[in-house]
Design a protein around this ligand. Structure first.
Ligand code: CA
Length: 368
C-alpha cells in the first residue's frame, strides 16, 4: 500500500507545518489547520470509500510460448483487462516459442484488445524444439487480421528487451514468463549495443524490479517428460535460475484452478474464445497456471498468496526441479496459496478473461 502510506505521510507533514505555524500566528493558522485536517480526511475518506487506493500501473513485459497450451491466451486476455483497468502498462508481449504462428497469434489477440502495436520479439537462436506444435496458433493467425505472417517477421527478442529496458527508469520493470526462459537467457548473454553500454545481466540488474516465473511444480517435479516451461529448454532455465541478478518469484500453481468455461458465451470475434474452443474441444475448462503468474506479477501477493523465502529452486540438467530448504538463495522466492484463496482467485480470473475491449473491468484487489 505504498501510495496510501505516502499520502498519509504527506498529510501528516502538512498538518505538522500548520500546527507549528499556529504557535506564532494563532488565528490564521487555526483556519489552515482545519483545512489541512479536512483535506487529509477527505482524501483518505475518498480512498477508503473507493475500497482501495489506486496504485500506480506496473510496467510489465509479458513473455509467452503461446503454442502448446491455451492458458497463455487466457493470461494475455487477463493482462489486457488489467491494462484497461489502469493496473498495468504493457511494455511488450514477447514470444519464447519457435513455432512459426505463435507471434502472429499473440498479435491477433493484442489487436482484438485494441493494442495492435505492442512490441513483439521472438528468439532467433537456440531454444525449445520447433516441433512442439499448437492446436490453435495457426488457425487464429489465419482467421484474424494482423501484420505478422510468421515469427520470422518479428524482431529478435533479446535486442528488443535491451531497447525497452534501456528506456525505462531504474528498478521499475517487472517481467513475467509464462513460457520458456529462452529470451531471458539470451538477454543476459547479450552485450553492449546502441541501446545501452551495459551487459545484458547488468542491464537487468539496473532496470528490472523483479521477475515472475511460471515454471516447475512444487515442492518438486521429477517427471522427465518434456512438458511445462523448464524442460523444453532446460539450458535456459538453468542459466536464468543461476545467474538472474534480481528476485525471481517461482510459481507452479494452477493445476486445480479450472477456468475458461464462461468464454463460451463470448462472440465469434473474440480470438481467446476461439483458442479455448480449439484447444479444449468438448472439455469445459483448463487449469490457470499462466493467469495466476500474470495476476501475481501485477497485483502482488495480497490477497491470494503467501511467500516462501527460505530455500531455493534446484533445477536439474533435464529441467525437472525441486524446492530445497538449503542453502538459502535470497533471490529465489516461492509463491503459495493462502488458505481459502483459491476459489476467489478462480472467479476473478474467469471475470478478467471474459473482459471485452472498452468495457468496464471488474474490481481487482489493490497492489501490495
Ligand atoms: Ca505457457
Amino acid at each position: 500500500m505504498i501510495p496510501f502510506r505516502l499520502l498519509n505521510d504527506a498529510s501528516a507533514a502538512a498538518l505538522r507545518r500548520c500546527l507549528s505555524a499556529a504557535r506564532s500566528a494563532p488565528a490564521a493558522a487555526f483556519v489552515a489547520v482545519l483545512v489541512a485536517v479536512s483535506v487529509a480526511g477527505g482524501i483518505a475518506g475518498a480512498a477508503a470509500s473507493a475500497g482501495e487506493p489506486r496504485p500506480q500501473p506496473v510496467k510489465l513485459i509479458f513473455d509467452t510460448d503461446m503454442d502448446t497450451d491455451c492458458d497463455d491466451a487466457g493470461a494475455l486476455a487477463l493482462l489486457h483487462a488489467l491494462a484497461d483497468a489502469g493496473r498495468v502498462e504493457i511494455l511488450a508481449t514477447m514470444v519464447s516459442s519457435h513455432y512459426p504462428y505463435s507471434a502472429p497469434c499473440v498479435e491477433r489477440i493484442n489487436r482484438y484488445f485494441r493494442r495492435p502495436d505492442l512490441a513483439i520479439g521472438v528468439p532467433k537462436g537456440k531454444g525449445a524444439p520447433i516441433d512442439r506444435g499448437s492446436r490453435y496458433a495457426r488457425p487464429i493467425a489465419e482467421k484474424f487480421p494482423g501484420q505478422l505472417k510468421t515469427n520470422a517477421d518479428a524482431p529478435d527478442a533479446a535486442q528488443l528487451y535491451r531497447k525497452i529496458l534501456a528506456a525505462q527508469a531504474d528498478g521499475e520493470t517487472v517481467i513475467v514468463t509464462v513460457g520458456y526462459l529462452t529470451n531471458l537467457r539470451d538477454l543476459m548473454a547479450s552485450g553492449p549495443d546502441e541501446h545501452s553500454p551495459l551487459s545484458g545481466r547488468d542491464l537487468v540488474r539496473r532496470k528490472v524490479k523483479h521477475y515472475v516465473c511460471m515454471g516447475g511444480r512444487y515442492p518438486e517435479h521429477l517427471d522427465p517428460g518434456v512438458f511445462g516451461n523448464l524442460k523444453p529448454d532446460p539450458e535456459s532455465a538453468l542459466a536464468v535460475a543461476r545467474d538472474w541478478p534480481t528476485t525471481i518469484y517461482f510459481c507452479g500453481l494452477g493445476d486445480d484452478v479450472m477456468t475458461g468455461e464462461p468464454l463460451r458465451s463470448e462472440g465469434d470475434d473474440n480470438p481467446v474464445r476461439r483458442i479455448y474452443e480449439l484447444y479444449l474441444g468438448r472439455q469445459p475448462a483448463r487449469p490457470s497456471w499462466d493467469q495466476i503468474a500474470t495476476l501475481f506479477a501485477i497485483v502482488g501477493p495480497e490477497p491470494y498468496w503467501q511467500l516462501r523465502r527460505e530455500g531455493y529452486n534446484h533445477i536439474f540438467p533435464n529441467g525437472t526441479n525441486q524446492w530445497r530448504a538449503q542453502p538459502d538463495d535470497p533471490r529465489h522466492v516461492l509463491i503459495e496459496w493462502k488458505p481459502g484463496a483459491r476459489d476467489r482467485c478462480r472467479a476473478l480470473i474467469d471475470r478478467l478473461m471474459t473482459h471485452r475491449p472498452g468495457k468496464e473491468v471488474p474490481p481487482v484487489p489493490a497492489t501490495e
